[in-house]
Design a protein around this ligand. Structure first.
Ligand code: UDP
Ligand code: MG
Length: 333
């Protein structure tokens, strides 16, 4: 076993984005800590409060007194999970990071195995792969399946079953945070990055306390659009193809119309006119819509706005700094 990741005292950061998790956050964090507290490996917990409007931040403040290896950042408003993940990853200086949800749908019991695969088998990315989708309301399940199918067709990445529950080596985290783009679809970009990866299967716990998803349908649709436009130009090429087909079609119509005119059988064909107008009209609108979507993306990128704004934080020192400062204070002077 090569020793690339077998560091002397590895440190792993758990990045946990939270949005309106309220009091259940406490139980969940304690459950997560049950799996990290006793380990050989040093884990730190970085909570990113994605602009929660309930008691979440109070719970975090309170818990930070109880969990010394926990740090927290509070974003100035809800920027979305992707932004919260980026914020957490930028905060780390550890040897690896694990990104996970706060609602225990990403079972913390996988942490030791993910860590082992990274440390002993030298994988750069360890992805937890969903074997089921838990209990989900119907439209959402359909939406998800439809999205993954379209996404795979358009971008070539198979993301079905991919979760945002991943362990990333330092090198992957660095590549990810140094990407210049504003628009980020975490799963897609990690898949795009490549590296040496493996998966660990898991079932979404069905018995766990179910609370409604923090994703509104509106947010999900937005995420899907940005994911598709970020990873595929096929919709743009589609315009050209549709345009070409309509052109061929109109060409035949033109010939037919001219023939009718010169053979003195004209006037009729009113239906054809209406159909043609409607058809070209709708195709044009559709195409403009697609171009608009890409234009919006370009505009987003050009603005170079930050992905998130931090409003508050708890705990400045990273766990690495804490360890070195205790070493320093133990050293005889
Ligand atoms: N989340 C977030 N910002 C958002 C929505 C969700 O940080 O705008 C967090 C949420 O607190 C949770 C994780 O992202 O830790 C996944 O959210 P949820 O469980 O609602 O999503 P689902 O399980 O439906 O994918
Ligand atoms: Mg969830």
């Amino acid at each position: 076993m090569s020793a690339k990741h077998s560091l002397e005292n590895p440190i792993i950061s758990l990045i946990i984005p939270v949005y309106n998790e309220g009091p259940s956050l406490r139980t969940n964090l304690l459950a997560i800590r049950d799996w990290t507290g006793k380990s050989e490996v040093a884990y730190e917990i970085i909570i990113v409060d994605d602009g929660s409007t309930d008691s979440t931040w109070d719970v975090i403040t309170q818990m930070s007194g109880e969990i010394p290896e926990m740090r927290a950042l509070r974003l100035s408003r809800n920027f979305g999970k992707e932004a919260a993940i980026l914020c957490g990853l930028k905060e780390t200086d550890s040897d690896a990071s694990i990104v996970m949800d706060s609602d225990l749908q990403h079972p913390p019991s996988l942490i030791p195995e993910m860590t082992r695969l990274w440390l002993e088998e030298d994988y750069d990315i360890v992805e937890a792969q969903k074997t089921n989708r838990g209990k989900e309301p119907f439209p959402r399940r359909w939406f998800a399946q439809g999205f993954y199918a379209i996404m795979q067709f358009l971008s070539g990445f198979d993301l079905a079953g991919a979760a945002d529950y991943k362990l990333l080596d330092r090198s992957v985290v660095d590549s990810y945070i140094n990407m210049p783009e504003t628009n980020r679809f975490f799963r897609g970009l990690i898949s795009w990055l490549g590296f040496n990866k493996t998966t660990v299967p898991f079932d979404i716990p069905a018995d766990g306390e179910m609370r409604s998803s923090r994703w509104s349908l509106n947010k999900l649709i937005k995420l899907s659009f940005s994911a598709i436009t970020a990873f595929s130009y096929i919709p743009l090429q589609l315009i050209t193809i549709v345009g070409f087909i309509t052109f061929m079609f109109s060409f035949i119509l033109i010939l037919q119309t001219l023939y009718m005119k010169f053979s003195g059988k004209a006037v009729e064909g009113f239906t054809t006119v209406i159909l043609a107008v409607l058809f070209t009209g709708s195709v044009t609108m559709l195409s403009l819509g697609i171009i608009g979507a890409y234009l919006a993306r370009i505009y987003e990128e050009l603005k170079r706005r930050p992905n998130y704004v931090v409003r508050d934080r708890i705990g400045e020192e990273t766990i690495a700094q804490q360890i070195t400062s205790t070493k320093r204070s133990l050293r005889p002077t």
